[in-house]
Design a protein around this ligand. Structure first.
Ligand SMILES: Cc1cc2nc3c(=O)[nH]c(=O)nc-3n(C[C@H](O)[C@H](O)[C@H](O)COP(=O)(O)OP(=O)(O)OC[C@H]3O[C@@H](n4cnc5c(N)ncnc54)[C@H](O)[C@@H]3O)c2cc1C
Length: 424
């Protein structure tokens, strides 16, 4: 029986392990092993809401050990620290409290890398040291705690809390909108010493000419208008050149005070990729062919943010998104389970559109129409509903319809009975 090891249980890895387990694992046709350094999985596109405190991550976690039992795969909680490609083994350092640091070796016949990505600071001086990033739940929680501490330290109308967000892609925009809602809530319910929303100044700095560059210009403009209405400052065509503990400096010499600076301006492959001895692009992502196979190792596949693949019939790359990660997991499931019907299976990325949440204040986005290659611009309630559907579809695929509806009900009840922000 062959052993398929999936290294990284994020958006792509969880879905692939679940699908292969239900298919091959259940019928003892293959041993499926998922390895992740965390015991639980969290849907990364919600990290900005964890940072702003508008959701409690513990309400959204998927327990990977339980998921493994329910779906006929094995789960190992440990960090992959090395891969011996010649011997086809992984070295795993345990992350569970009772076995912390213990190293073990796992053999594979097929290895699927799905390590995700980490923030790319593009070598900007001081950025890595002084900026917070949203790479995982721990960082998002660290942001929330620091933000609340700063808000609690304001009294008598001063001093101001200055938050600078570098990057006006979906992460930066979603974080800014959610933070504004948190500030309003803290003031409205007198949850700490903030007296007015104006005491928190949120600035987004973007190098390009407009925010949300992957959306149609009209939608970027609509999102910018909404953010400005909320009192969020937006600086476009402005490159950040240095960051210190207290300031963000731009290339044209402007200095922004920043009690917190958040870097939301790009991702790269994680450090482990550089230890594999396989071909990477300059963003440290594993180069894969049309079957998501590493270009120089036929026993290794890579998917999601840690991989780099050109969109077929185009020079564009498959974007680092949850949408692409899920499509790749579904393709690899069909390929590895032998149910792909095409004579030469080829992964084709299909862009279904992009939706960006403005939290309590709506959403904007583009949805691919059912027929043809045209996109529909959506805003307001419709965009917000479509944004929610994206998350529910992922829950449904991994946890099934009963748990999806049960979780929706519980979330609805919590939204009625609990505070709208996690404020302590
Ligand atoms: C704030 C934010 C908002 C976003 N919003 C959207 C959105 O609206 N729409 C969208 O499509 N995309 C969005 N994205 C991008 C999306 O979240 C990612 O593209 C997606 O999560 C990538 O999936 P993945 O499986 O490749 O990696 P991840 O989901 O990041 O999973 C990687 C997994 O690998 C594990 N891991 C890493 N290294 C090791 C190791 N050495 N050993 C063991 N395990 C390891 C990690 O613990 C993690 O579980 C957003 C991202 C962020 C940060």
């Amino acid at each position: 029986m062959q052993t398929i090891v999936i290294a990284g249980g994020g958006v792509a890895g969880l879905e692939l392990a679940t699908r292969l387990g239900r298919d091959l694992g259940r019928r003892n046709k293959a041993r499926i092993v998922l390895v992740d350094s965390a015991p639980t999985h969290f849907w990364k596109p919600l990290l900005h809401s964890v940072a702003a405190g508008t959701i409690d991550p513990s309400h959204y976690h998927v327990d990977l050990a339980r998921q493994a039992i329910d779906n006929h795969f094995e789960f190992l909680c440990g960090e992959v620290v090395d891969i011996d490609r010649a011997g086809r083994t992984l070295k795993i350092r345990a992350r569970l409290p009772h076995a912390l640091g213990h190293e073990s070796v796992l053999r594979y016949d097929r290895l699927v890398l799905s390590f995700g990505s980490v923030t790319n600071f593009f070598g900007v001086p001081g950025a890595e040291t002084h900026c917070l990033s949203l790479d995982g739940v721990e960082q998002a929680e660290a942001f929330r705690r620091r933000f609340l501490r700063l808000c609690a330290a304001t009294s008598g109308g001063a001093p101001r809390v200055n938050i600078v967000i570098v990057g006006a892609g979906p992460t930066g925009v979603e974080l800014a909108a959610d933070l504004r809602h948190t500030v309003d809530t803290l003031v409205r319910y007198r949850l700490n010493s903030l007296e007015s929303p104006c005491q928190v100044r949120i600035t987004i700095i973007e190098r390009g000419p407009r925010l949300l560059p992957t959306l149609a210009p009209a939608l970027s403009e609509a999102a910018a208008r909404k953010l400005r209405e909320l009192g969020i400052e937006i600086r476009t065509n402005t490159a950040v050149s240095a960051v210190t503990a207290e300031h963000v400096t731009t290339a044209d010499g402007e200095v922004f005070p920043a009690a917190i600076a958040v870097w939301a301006a790009g991702v790269q492959g994680p450090a482990i990729n550089t230890r594999l001895g396989i071909a990477l692009n300059r963003n440290k992502q594993v180069l894969v062919d049309e079957q998501l196979r590493a270009v120089d190792d036929p026993f290794i596949h890579a998917m999601g943010d840690c991989s780099a693949m050109q969109v077929s019939d185009s020079t564009a790359m498959v974007p680092p998104s949850a949408q692409a990660a899920r499509q790749q997991a579904i393709f690899l499931h069909r390929l590895l389970a032998g149910i792909e019907r095409a004579a030469i299976p080829v992964f084709r990325y299909r862009d279904q559109g992009t939706l960006v949440s403005l939290g309590e204040y709506g959403a904007v986005g583009m949805l691919r129409q059912v027929i043809g290659d045209r996109y529909l611009n959506v805003q307001g309630a419709m965009a917000k509903a479509a944004y929610r559907v994206g998350y529910e579809r992922y829950v449904m695929a991994n946890l099934g319809p009963v748990r999806m509806f049960a979780q929706m009900l519980v979330r609805w009840a919590r939204s009625r009975w609990l505070m709208p922000v996690k404020w302590h």
